[in-house]
Design a binder for this molecule. Structure first.
Ligand code: ZN
Length: 252
């Protein structure tokens, strides 16, 4: 029931996240309407009505495709359902819903513009760290702080190393995103060793994920055949999968 309910919540929240996707890159004021992805024509207030807005046509040219908004909605619904499945009604549900929502926004922007914008990556880490340091839970929050920091260090360090060794493969934005991913991976456990393992699994899954996402986007013609594959969405997909399956992964 909760899985289904949060999937629906995801569909309701999606249009709001779409506004952020639309305006975060240029750091514009957030307004309650979407814009055409291709010509930036205002799509009107109806463009933020959940689900119905998928069928809205651009007023300037009905041929303009706006795949961004359905993608945000579906991804939000899917990740919210996963969070409900993983955490139930536990105290960790809320911080991970927030984490997933921000990661959806970052990923869609990265797919579209190849940018992981500082205006989202920096606050995501700051808010994540604040949550880790202040939110208590049944496991006792003090026990979770070190694993979270170790996760951030391992994931961030690995991506930074990859960026230094082979700059074309990894962007600086990926290095800014990685500590946040590691933070939320490490926070799942009270053991620093398991935190490091989760971060490494997510990194491996992320690199594979980036390859798969890249091929998928090429298949859908969102990316050209020779276009660079954005790493951010892959790393996010890998992280979300490891978060969702962390109980099973830890038991391995
Ligand atoms: Zn248009």
């Amino acid at each position: 029931m909760l899985v289904l309910a949060l999937g629906l919540v995801g569909l309701l929240v999606g249009p709001l996240l779409g506004i952020v996707v639309d305006r975060a890159v240029e750091r514009e004021r957030l307004v309650l309407s979407h814009r055409c992805q291709q010509c930036s024509a205002d799509l009107g207030a109806l463009s933020v009505v959940p689900v119905l807005h998928w069928f809205q046509k651009c007023s300037a040219d009905p041929e303009h495709r706006n795949w961004r908004y359905p993608l945000v909605d579906v991804a939000t619904a899917a990740t919210f359902s996963l969070a409900a499945w993983r955490f139930g009604t536990g105290w960790m549900l809320l911080p991970y819903l927030g984490f997933f929502a921000v990661m959806v926004v970052l990923s869609v922007i990265d797919i579209e513009t190849h940018l992981l914008v500082n205006i989202l990556t920096y606050p995501a880490f700051a808010v994540g760290l604040f949550a880790v340091l202040t939110m208590s839970g049944p496991q006792g929050y003090e026990a979770g702080i070190w694993p979270a920091l170790i996760g951030a260090l391992v994931f961030g360090g690995a991506i930074l190393l990859a960026f230094v060794v082979y700059p074309p493969g990894m962007g600086l934005g990926d290095a800014k995103l990685a500590p946040t991913l590691g933070l939320f991976l490490g926070w799942l456990t009270t053991s620093p060793l398991l935190a490091a393992r989760l971060a490494l699994y997510a990194l491996i899954a992320g690199l594979l994920g980036a390859g798969l996402v890249g091929l998928g986007l090429r298949g859908l013609k969102v990316l050209g055949a020779k276009a660079e594959i954005p790493m951010g969405p892959g790393l996010v997909v890998g992280t979300i999968l490891v978060v969702a399956l962390s109980d099973q992964v830890i038991a391995l």
